[in-house]
Design a protein around this ligand. Structure first.
Ligand SMILES: Cc1ncc(COP(=O)(O)O)c(C=O)c1O
Length: 487
């Protein structure tokens, strides 16, 4: 870090304006420091927050062309995260992913990417018109969890498609594993291909040497970090990082400005600035303490009957190159219960909200908001579960394995074609007009332009029976309909 991180220029300017300046507002937002906010809302959450919900003006700078306090705050973030530039975002990492892909790919350009990406990347492919070249991620056999990609698979994809414009990599996966990003970057850069990292689940990577090295520090051209997930800022706030080189700064700036709201929330922006200050000043020590606690919790969980925590023992120097211990991926299939059911069970019986359930595992995300008490509560709940449940046939848990259906049209081409609703059971062989997924995590079973198979239908029906939140199909009474292209 080269800069003085004691400052939080945007946060300080906002609080000075909203809490102290007593300006008479004849601008928007029309609630005017909260006066028009419903009383019930103010009674429930307090008044101060509304005084900070203001709009762009000279002393608070402008997000689309920052020259003042936003520029200063973004420079400090770039310094902390070792990037040439940082751009604050207010529509989550969804917008970061979209802006990375649209900054590098135009209509018809090829992009190489693993299949286990988040829906935001598929949607960016629709927006840009890029042609996806999918790589199958490695699937861990015992847990069914999708990991990183093999470097050789990426190299082969590059050799077969040397005209690709970008490679998009999860760094890390939802479960905390990273591919060998440095090797991928080195190979891609030899061919002048940009490397874009979805580091949504790793905004904390730069803060402690026990975390995987951040994508930007490894030389990625762009990376999106969800500060709101693990960095201590408010939901929706995120940062796009950029390194000079293959992707011009001006292209990134104009792409951001196409999508960014002209009324970005200052609460979100200021929360990024003050979270950056906290990470810079206290991050290393706090993560050191947290890592000790989480490693101890993983050890205790692993000793419980029927419970297996995925960890660094899975590392293979390739598709599982490094691992973030704050992701507790817990395999419970020895109890003959799917992760989806375990996820619901923990909420109902222990009031524990897990991040997600998968076929064999549940995921508990640990962050700076955790301490000994919360981790003990988690361990106690799993201890109780393990004591009160009998081991069963783990093969009773069905596997839903990630698949890459045949692509008949590119996602964008299919998205704009005429479509119709059809009974799910009658859709085998037809071409999907929509993305269908379980949320979270939001990895689609099928995306627009892909052929629907019997297995997709069976998987969907199973996921539906397991009471998941499913996106993309239409349910009417007991019938399920899906949008397909008109023949
Ligand atoms: C891997 C990955 N990328 C991108 C996103 C989008 O992030 P956000 O919810 O901040 O828009 C998510 C969200 O969960 C994600 O899991």
């Amino acid at each position: 870090m080269k800069n003085n991180h004691q400052k939080a220029p945007l946060y300080e300017a906002l609080t000075a304006y909203g809490l102290k300046a007593n300006a008479v507002p004849f601008d928007v937002p029309g609630h005017k420091f909260g006066k028009a906010i419903p009383t019930q809302f103010k009674d429930d959450v307090g008044e101060a927050i509304f005084k900070l919900d203001v709009n762009s003006m000279k002393e608070l700078d402008s997000l689309s062309n920052p020259t003042g306090v936003i520029k200063e705050a973004e420079s400090l973030a770039a310094d902390l995260f070792c990037a040439d530039h940082a751009f604050f975002l207010v529509n989550g990492s969804t917008s970061g992913v979209q802006k990375m892909i649209l900054s590098t790919c135009s209509d018809g350009d090829k992009i190489i990417l693993p299949r286990n990406i988040h829906k935001s990347a598929f949607n960016a492919i629709i927006l840009s018109g890029a042609h996806p070249i999918y790589i199958d991620p490695v699937i861990d056999e015992t847990s069914g969890v999708s990991m990183g990609v093999r470097t050789n698979d990426i190299k082969q994809a590059i050799d077969s498609h040397p005209d690709a414009k970008a490679i998009f990599i999860l760094h890390p996966t939802y479960f905390g594993y990273t591919s060998d990003l440095k090797a991928i970057i080195d190979y891609a850069h030899q061919k002048d291909i940009a490397v874009l990292a979805d580091q949504s689940h790793g905004s904390h990577f730069s803060l402690h040497p026990d975390f995987p090295t951040s994508a930007i520090a490894l030389g990625a051209d762009m990376a999106t970090i969800s500060m709101h997930k693990t960095g201590g800022s408010l939901t929706q706030s995120s940062i796009l990082l950029h390194n000079n080189g293959i992707v011009p700064f001006s292209r990134v700036r104009s792409t951001i400005n196409i999508f960014q709201t002209s009324s970005a929330s200052y609460l979100l922006l200021a929360s990024l600035d003050i979270a950056r200050k906290q990470l810079a000043l206290e991050g290393k020590d706090r993560f050191e303490r947290l890592l000790n606690l989480v490693k101890l919790a993983a050890k205790k969980l692993n000793k419980l009957k029927g419970i297996d925590v995925l960890g660094s023992d899975h590392l293979d120097g390739d598709a599982m190159h490094s691992f973030d211990p704050t992701k507790l991926t817990i395999n419970m299939s020895a109890f003959g219960m799917s992760g989806f059911k375990v996820y619901d069970y923990f909420k109902t019986h222990y009031n524990i909200q897990l991040e997600l359930g998968e076929t064999h595992v549940v995921l508990a995300v640990v962050s700076l908001g955790d301490d000994e008490t919360s981790l003990n509560t988690l361990v106690e709940a799993f201890t109780d579960f393990s004591k009160t449940h009998k081991l069963s046939d783990k093969d009773a848990v069905k596997s839903v394995q990630l698949q890459t259906p045949e692509m008949v049209y590119t996602p964008r081409h299919a998205f704009f074609k005429p479509s119709m609703l059809i009974d799910l059971n009658k859709s085998v062989g037809m071409i999907s007009a929509d993305s269908i997924m379980v949320y979270p995590p939001g990895i689609p079973l099928v995306v627009p332009g892909e052929k629907i198979t019997e297995r997709i239908i069976k998987d969907y029906e199973y996921l539906n029976r397991e009471n998941n939140i499913l996106i993309g199909a239409h349910h009417k009474d007991d019938d399920i309909y899906i949008k397909v292209l008109k023949p």
